[in-house]
Ligand binder design. Sequence first.
Ligand code: SF4
Length: 324
Amino acid sequence: MHVGNYLGAVKNWVRLQHEFESIICIVDYHAITVKYDPAVLRERRREMAVSLLSAGIDPNVASLFVQSQVPEHTELAWIFNTVTPLGELERQTQFKEKAQRQESVTAGLLNYPVLQAADILLYRADKVPVGDDQIQHLELSRVVARRWNSLFGRPTGRLTEDGAEEREQFFVEPEPVLTPTRRIMGLDGQSKMSKSLGNTIGLLEAPEAVWAKLRPAVTDPKRIRKTDPGTPEVCNIYHLHKGFSALPTVEHVAAQCSSAGWGCIDCKKVLAESIEQELVPIRRRAAELAEDPGEVDDALAAGAAHCRVLARETMNEVRERMGF
Ligand code: SF4
């Protein structure tokens, strides 16, 4: 997990887990839609669990589990494949972007959002916290729910406004809960922070490593000399300040930048301090979990056990309505 994931999603989930019954899934079946090494997959799955727990996901409050431990996800994804229009999948922006970067495109990459729809609808979730880049996938989940309901929902005995037979809304059409933090750009200032682009700061990285990455990070490209006033809004360092620094510091950064009151290195030093302050307890918790691996196993096992019960209930109903 990198700080982009943390600020853009996980920090929000930590708050939401106390407001909603929350299900958080480590999506290892999604991870295999690109080339991968099984040993690394195992390692990363573990690291993700440790990062989530260290960042504040509480297994006594939310259900945290690994997707492949609840096989109903793939069963429901297959069922949804049979009702998802191919054109909808081919239009997905993320598919088009990812497909461009690959020599040969697999069906798994195309069907990735169908598995996402299954992840959500399996628990008949009504709200999904997402960034704006996931809105299109969530919309697809709504299409899938609507299509399936219209084909297999039980007739209610009433008529719709246009005179058709009304069907039960077995699957709820999930609504997005937009993440308050805008998406975090990578240190190259070019694209979204992403592990595959190598422009990230890891959540559990040591302070020296964080500074080694922050120091050369791209800032406002028009601020060439220290005496040039900058535009904080176009600078990714400023947006990281918004995620990590207290409001008075963020205001100070904006004022110092736009008046050329300091240089970018001064600004980055303050950011490094703010990041450090936020990450110290997270790193401490990660170290404790490394000492006691059983705690992670127990959390994931309890989450999977709870989710299997929910998933089975949904699938029993789905199978019955579909003639199995
Ligand atoms: S002073 Fe800070 S906010 Fe302004 S351009 Fe430099 S790094 Fe970015």
